[in-house]
Design a protein around this ligand. Structure first.
Ligand SMILES: [Mg+2]
Length: 264
């Protein structure tokens, strides 16, 4: 992977740019250098809890000035997907947080706070830190009633400050899949839907694009499936041993210990 051939750098967020509110060492300077070289920088996260605006605000606050259009989230990609599926008057029951609901509403999706016997077109499930039995029940009933089951992502965990892991959106998706007996359509990585949208925004071909992530089964796998270059950084959920023993379809082209190495 020769640096001069790369037009677009796509960074995962959790475990790559930061852990919780802790910026990774060298993230800000690496991105500043890439931008000064004229590379296009985008951020692609499976975490659906916040909107693009909230992520760009957070990145800017942490020292990486970012505009909402430089961020792609599984929440926004889900909104685009639902619009593709049903152009007007789509009604969704959502297991997820305010960022996901904000993106869906802004895209014209009507959100049903409860079922109340109304027809639901989609059950959308993402990370929800107030997940409970009632939400599981409502999601199950809506799917039984014919709603399409759409998952923002299936990450089992996500990394936080101090090296800890918390349950990810995939934990809620599994609960709804078990209760309903239906497998979801998964919008986020490793599905290539959101990555392909970014490549078209950047006007970059797969061979001119690199994705940098900390998870083999999302970040690296989506890059391999889309034909981009792939770099695994060992600052998130994947250990060195797991990285070097990755199955072929998830083997990164390059493994780095710090984002600074991207500049070498
Ligand atoms: Mg990550």
């Amino acid at each position: 992977m020769a640096g001069e051939e790369i037009k677009a750098y796509i960074f995962d967020l959790d475990g790559v740019i930061y852990r919780g509110d802790e910026l990774q060492p060298s993230a800000a300077e690496t991105i500043q250098t890439l931008r000064s070289q004229g590379r296009k920088v985008y951020f692609l996260t499976n975490n659906s809890t916040q909107s693009r605006r909230q992520y760009s605000d957070k990145l800017t606050r942490l020292g990486i000035p970012t505009e909402p259009h430089e961020v792609m989230t599984s929440a926004y990609a889900t909104a685009l997907y639902l619009k593709e599926r049903k152009s007007t008057d789509g009604r969704a029951y959502v297991v997820g947080e305010c960022g996901l609901k904000e993106e869906l509403r802004e895209s014209g999706i009507c959100i049903a706070e409860s079922l109340n016997g109304r027809k639901i077109d989609f059950v959308v499930v993402g990370l929800d830190r107030q997940f409970d039995y009632q939400k599981l029940y409502d999601a199950q009933q809506a799917i039984f009633g014919g709603a399409e089951f759409v998952a923002t992502n299936c990450d089992p965990t996500y990394p936080l400050e101090g090296g800890t892991l918390s349950p990810g959106g995939g934990s809620m998706v599994s609960a709804v899949a078990t209760a309903s007996g239906v497998k979801p359509f998964v919008v986020g990585k490793p599905h290539t839907y959101s990555l392909e949208i970014i490549m078209s925004l950047a006007e970059a071909k797969p061979e001119e694009t690199v994705i940098i992530g900390d998870r083999l089964d999302t970040d690296i796998w989506v890059g391999k499936r889309a034909g981009t270059h792939t770099v695994l950084v060992l600052t998130g959920v994947t250990t060195e041993e797991e990285a070097y023993n990755a199955p072929d379809e998830m083997k990164p082209e390059r493994i780095i210990y710090s984002l600074r190495e991207l500049l070498q």
